[in-house]
Design a binder for this molecule. Structure first.
Ligand code: KIV
Ligand code: ZN
Length: 509
C-alpha cells in the first residue's frame, strides 16, 4: 500500500502551464523555474512532453540532468514512439517518471480516437507495460476522466494498475466537474477498483468553471494523495489548479483536512513572481495568496481590528507565503554578495558568469537611479536569462517626432558580427516606425496583439517594463523589455519577441 500520509504536489507549470497561450519558455527559463520548484520542495515536476518538439525534448532532458531531490516526469501519449522518446529524455534523472495518457470519455472515444472501449483498455495496458519496461515509476491518466462513464473509468484504472501504473491520475480535462462530483468520482474508484491500494490516486483539475482548487480539495477528502497543479494556476484555457492556493488551503485548514504537503510555503511568492516574469502572465492584484492585495487591508474597521489582534482579519501571515516585510533597497555601494543574496531571495539561481553580468548591469542602473528595488533586480536578471537566445540585438536607435508629422527613425541591429542600420519615415508614431524598421531588417514580421508598458518599481526614475504579444504564423510570441527609457523598453520587447520567433524557427528547421 502506498504512503497515504501526505499529499504529493505534482507541478506541471513547465508542461500544462506552458500550454497557456503566449507562455512558451526557452530552455534557460525552464531551468530557472525547475530550480525554483526544487527550492519550493515539490514532489514531482512535469518538465514537458518530449515528443512534442525538439525544444520540449531538450527541456525535459536538461531538467532531468540538472535537478536532484525531486521526481522529474515526462508526458507521453499511449504509443511506443511517445513512450520511447519520453524515456530517452528522462533516463538521466535521479528519479524519473513516465506519464502516459489516453482519453477514455465517450466523446473522445467516438470523435477523436475512433476506438471501442475494449481497444482503449488494450492500448492503455500496452502503453503502461511499455513504460514499465523502462522505469518503475509510471503514471497513467485517463484523459477526460471526469466525463467518462463511471463503470468504464473503474475498468480502465484497474487495468492500468494491473499493468504496473504506480499513480493513477484522474483529469478533469475540460474543467467540467464540481466539488461534490469530483469527490464522488474518487470515492467510487476507492470503493470499486479492487487493486486501487497499489497506486496513488491523483487529480488534475482544470479551472474552466473556477473550481479547480475546490475540486482538488474534494478529491483529497475522498482519498486523492497527489494534486497536479501549476504556479499561479496557469495552463490550458482558464488554467489548472493553483499550487499556492491548494498548498495554503491544506495548511491553513489543517484542523479540517489533517494532511499536509511538503512544500516550503515561504517560497510561494518568489516562485510566483519568477513564473509571472518569465511567462509574461502577471497575476491579478486580488489573486489569493500571491496577489499584491492578498494581505492589504483597506477598510478602517479591518485596519483597527488588525492593530488590536492580527487574527481578527488575517487567516495566514504574509511572511509564511514569502511576502518580504520590506522591499530591501539597494544602491551603488551594494556589493556582489548582497546582490547574490537578493537574487536568491527572489527565487533566482545565477551561475558565476550570470551573476557577473547582472552585477555589471546593476552598477550601471544604480548610477542612473539612486534606489534599486527588488523589482529592478528581477528585471535585470530576467534580461540576462532571456538574452541567451538572442539572434538580433539592439545597438542603438534614434527617433525624431513632432506632433502632426510622421516620425523619422534610425535603428542599428546586430546579428553576430554583422551590424545593420536602417532608417524610415512614416508609421503611426515612433514605436510603430521602429517596429516596422525592425521587421524590415530581420525579415520577420508579426501582428501586435497586445502591447503594455508599466513601471517596475516606484518613482519617476523607475525602470519601464514593456510586454508585447506578437502573432506570427498563427502562434503568439511574447516579448519583454526593460529600460529606464520607455521607448527603448518597447523596442527591446519587440526585438525579444522577434528573437523568440527566430530561435523557434531555427530549432524547427
Ligand atoms: O488536462 C489533461 O487531461 C491533461 C492530461 C495530459 C493529464 O493535461
Ligand atoms: Zn491538463
Amino acid at each position: 500500500m502506498s504512503d497515504q500520509s501526505t499529499v504529493r504536489i505534482f507541478d506541471t507549470t513547465l508542461r500544462d502551464g506552458e500550454q497557456s497561450p503566449g507562455a512558451s519558455m526557452n530552455l534557460s527559463e525552464k531551468l530557472e523555474i525547475a530550480h525554483a520548484l526544487v527550492d519550493l520542495n515539490v514532489d514531482i515536476m512535469e518538465a514537458g512532453f518530449p515528443i512534442a518538439s525538439p525544444g520540449d525534448f531538450d527541456a525535459v532532458r536538461e531538467v532531468a540532468k540538472s535537478v536532484r531531490g525531486v521526481t522529474v516526469c515526462g508526458l507521453a501519449r499511449c504509443n511506443d514512439k511517445d513512450i520511447d522518446r519520453a524515456w530517452e529524455a528522462l533516463k538521466h534523472a535521479e528519479s524519473p517518471r513516465i506519464h502516459v495518457f489516453l482519453a477514455t470519455s465517450a466523446i473522445h472515444r467516438e470523435f477523436k480516437l475512433k476506438m471501442t472501449k475494449e481497444e482503449i483498455i488494450g492500448r492503455a495496458t500496452a502503453g503502461v507495460e511499455r513504460a514499465v519496461g523502462y522505469c518503475d515509476n509510471i503514471e497513467f491518466s485517463p484523459e477526460d476522466a471526469a466525463r467518462t462513464e463511471p463503470d468504464f473509468l473503474c475498468q480502465v484504472v484497474e487495468a492500468a494498475i494491473a499493468a504496473g501504473a504506480t499513480t493513477v491520475n484522474i483529469p478533469d480535462t475540460v474543467g467540467y466537474a464540481t466539488p461534490m462530483h469530483m469527490g464522488r468520482v474518487i470515492a467510487d474508484l476507492k470503493n470499486r477498483v479492487p487493486n486501487i491500494d497499489q497506486a496513488i490516486i491523483s487529480v488534475h483539475c482544470h479551472n474552466d468553471l473556477g473550481l479547480a482548487v475546490a475540486n482538488s480539495l474534494s478529491a483529497i477528502e475522498n482519498g486523492a494523495r497527489q494534486i497536479e497543479c501549476t504556479i499561479n494556476g496557469i495552463g490550458e484555457r482558464a488554467g489548472n489548479c493553483s499550487l499556492e492556493e491548494i498548498v495554503m488551503a491544506l495548511r491553513t485548514r489543517s484542523d479540517y483536512y489533517q494532511i499536509d504537503t511538503r512544500v516550503h510555503s515561504q517560497r510561494l511568492v518568489p516562485t510566483s513572481r519568477l513564473v509571472a516574469n518569465i511567462t509574461g502572465i502577471q497575476v491579478q492584484r486580488n489573486k489569493a495568496i500571491v496577489g499584491r492585495n492578498a494581505f492589504a487591508h483597506e477598510a478602517g474597521i479591518h485596519q483597527d481590528g488588525m492593530l488590536k489582534e492580527r487574527t481578527t482579519y488575517e487567516i495566514m501571515r504574509p511572511e509564511d507565503v514569502g511576502f518580504a516585510k520590506t522591499d530591501l533597497v539597494m544602491g551603488k555601494h551594494s556589493g556582489r554578495a548582497a546582490l547574490a543574496d537578493r537574487a536568491k531571495a527572489l527565487g533566482y539561481h545565477l551561475n558565476g558568469e550570470q551573476l557577473q553580468t547582472v552585477f555589471e548591469a546593476f552598477k550601471k542602473l544604480a548610477d542612473k537611479k539612486k534606489e534599486v528595488y527588488d523589482g529592478d533586480i528581477a528585471a535585470l536578471i530576467e534580461k540576462q536569462i532571456t538574452v541567451i537566445s538572442d539572434v538580433w540585438s539592439l545597438e542603438s536607435f534614434d527617433v525624431s517626432a513632432t506632433s502632426g508629422a510622421p516620425p523619422t527613425v534610425n535603428i542599428t541591429l546586430r546579428r553576430g558580427e554583422e551590424s545593420i542600420t536602417q532608417g524610415f519615415t512614416g508609421g503611426d508614431g515612433p514605436l510603430d516606425a521602429l517596429f516596422r524598421t525592425i521587421e524590415e531588417i530581420t525579415g520577420i514580421s508579426g501582428v501586435v496583439r497586445e502591447f503594455r508598458v508599466h513601471s517596475v518599481t516606484r518613482g519617476k526614475d523607475a525602470q519601464g517594463e514593456s510586454t508585447i504579444e506578437l502573432e506570427h504564423d498563427r502562434v503568439v510570441y511574447r516579448g519583454r523589455g526593460v529600460s529606464t527609457d520607455s521607448v527603448e523598453a518597447g523596442v527591446l520587447a519587440f526585438l525579444n519577441a522577434i528573437n523568440r520567433i527566430a530561435t523557434t524557427e531555427s530549432a524547427d528547421a
